[in-house]
Design a protein around this ligand. Structure first.
Ligand SMILES: Cc1cc2nc3c(=O)[nH]c(=O)nc-3n(C[C@H](O)[C@H](O)[C@H](O)COP(=O)(O)OP(=O)(O)OC[C@H]3O[C@@H](n4cnc5c(N)ncnc54)[C@H](O)[C@@H]3O)c2cc1C
Length: 405
């Protein structure tokens, strides 16, 4: 008889896990997926494109209902899991009967952070995480509202771009001295700022949000230096926090995320975690690729095979059309590394390669990102680059031509 395997969360990590597991061990488990969003799992990454009007919301579904059905998966969406009884191996679901498991997987993702400033709970203050948020933001934009986006990372930039493109007057405020400081060095961030401003978005750097004004509804943002920005709505895009509530309440060890080992097992027997809710060797990843790598390993493990996850080299892509940005690995260049830089601010191109011990360890690209995946592969494979070093900056095709000559 199939063992009951319950997955909490109907997001990107959960979907990939089911895909990998049913490929190698169809029938071994009776799988149930419990998700609280009221629709089939979708590609969350594409929410930015939906907001920007470049993709339709119904086109981002990861798999149709028939796909789940064909794999025998019991799918419950619009259902919130509320409690894990570790001893009895039962999961409680709001307004429903508990469900028994022999193995449980937590794939609960993250929740967006709301700054703890006065006024943060006023009406008109929103976040950008799921498709309900996107519907709301599109309504604001259609009404030509003045919107302040708080946060100049990937998410904030994509929210600002989508809102501006849909008709809102957007100001982006960012605490740091440069945009995307976790992925870009100063020259790249400066170039990005100028490209973003050309899209009609006002960017304020070194801008610390002190409080939000308004009676019941937000009408402005005050910065700690006294500047005030009038606003009909405010979007917090200032970070995420792994969603660990279920695990924590059940006594499963958590730090920032749910602590897992190299097969994604938590501190409780037969309970696993993956994706944004998990913390592996001190790292919580906020990106899809690590979640997919974890899904592959966990599926192998659940199928009885040997597999081990040792962490991911992450890469970031900004999805703002006409503004191509890519960053991976040690993009700043730690002490003892060498850098090769091409900076054409006027032409809108910046390239930086970081080299350590004869290997590529980091890359930043703005403008021309055509060779991004090639650079990423060089970083991940750790192959020696002495032979291609002099041509590497100019891209893969030049390297191939030089090698052929
Ligand atoms: C707008 C946007 C753009 C992004 N762009 C990129 C990008 O360009 N590149 C990239 O790599 N990453 C990007 N990301 C991040 C990426 O989407 C996440 O890393 C990925 O979705 C993580 O997958 P996950 O399954 O761990 O979490 P999620 O996809 O968030 O899925 C978790 C699911 O669990 C559900 N859940 C939580 N608790 C419960 C509960 N108790 N009961 C039932 N269900 C529950 C949640 O509602 C959610 O549906 C972006 C994210 C956003 C919001």
């Amino acid at each position: 008889m199939s063992e009951p395997l319950v997955v909490v969360g109907n997001g990107m990590a959960a979907t990939r896990l089911v895909e990998e597991l049913t490929k190698i061990a169809q029938g071994r488990y009776a799988i149930a997926v419990i998700g609280d969003e009221p629709r089939l799992a979708y590609n969350r990454v594409l929410l930015s494109s939906v907001l920007a009007g470049e993709t339709a919301s119904h086109d981002i579904e990861l798999r149709p209902a028939s796909w789940w059905r064909d794999r025998g998966v019991t799918l419950k969406y619009g259902c919130l899991a509320t409690e894990i009884d570790v001893g009895r191996r039962e999961l409680k679901i709001a307004n429903e009967e508990s469900i028994a498991f022999s193995r449980l997987v937590l794939a609960t993702g993250s929740t967006p952070l709301r700054l703890k400033v006065p006024g943060a709970d006023l009406a008109g203050v929103h976040t950008f995480r799921d498709s309900r948020d996107v519907d709301l933001l599109l309504t604001l934009a259609a009404q030509k509202k003045r919107v302040v986006v708080v946060g100049g990372g990937l998410l904030g930039l994509e929210a600002a771009y989508g809102l501006a493109k849909a008709g809102a007057a957007v100001t982006l405020v960012h605490l740091m001295d440069r945009l995307m400081e976790r992925q870009l060095d100063m020259p790249a961030a400066e170039l990005l700022r100028s490209l973003v401003e050309r899209k009609g978005i006002k960017v304020l750097l070194n801008a610390n949000t002190a409080c939000l004004h308004g009676e019941t509804r937000v009408d402005g943002v005050e910065l700690s230096d006294g500047r005030r920005i009038d606003a009909d709505a405010v979007i917090f895009a200032a970070g995420i926090r792994p969603n660990v509530v279920l695990a924590k309440d059940a006594g499963i060890p958590v730090n920032r995320g749910i602590v897992v080992d190299d097969v994604m097992q938590t501190g409780a027997p037969d309970i696993f975690a993956l994706g944004e809710c998990a913390e592996h060797r001190g790292n919580c990843y906020g990106l899809v690729e690590p979640a997919y790598e974890q899904a592959r390993v966990l599926a192998q493990h659940l199928a009885g095979g040997a597999a081990s996850y040792s962490g991911s080299v992450v890469a970031t892509n900004l999805k703002v059309s006409g503004v191509s940005v890519f960053s991976a690995g040690d993009f700043m260049g730690a002490q003892g590394t060498e850098t090769i830089v091409l900076n054409d601010a006027r032409g809108g191109t910046y390239k930086k390669l970081v080299i350590s011990d004869g290997r590529l360890t980091g890359v930043v690209l703005v403008g021309d990102v055509g060779d991004a995946l090639w650079y990423l592969e060089l970083i991940r494979s750790r192959q020696p680059i002495a032979r291609i070093r002099k041509d590497m900056m100019f891209g893969r095709s030049l390297v191939i031509r030089s090698e052929a000559a």
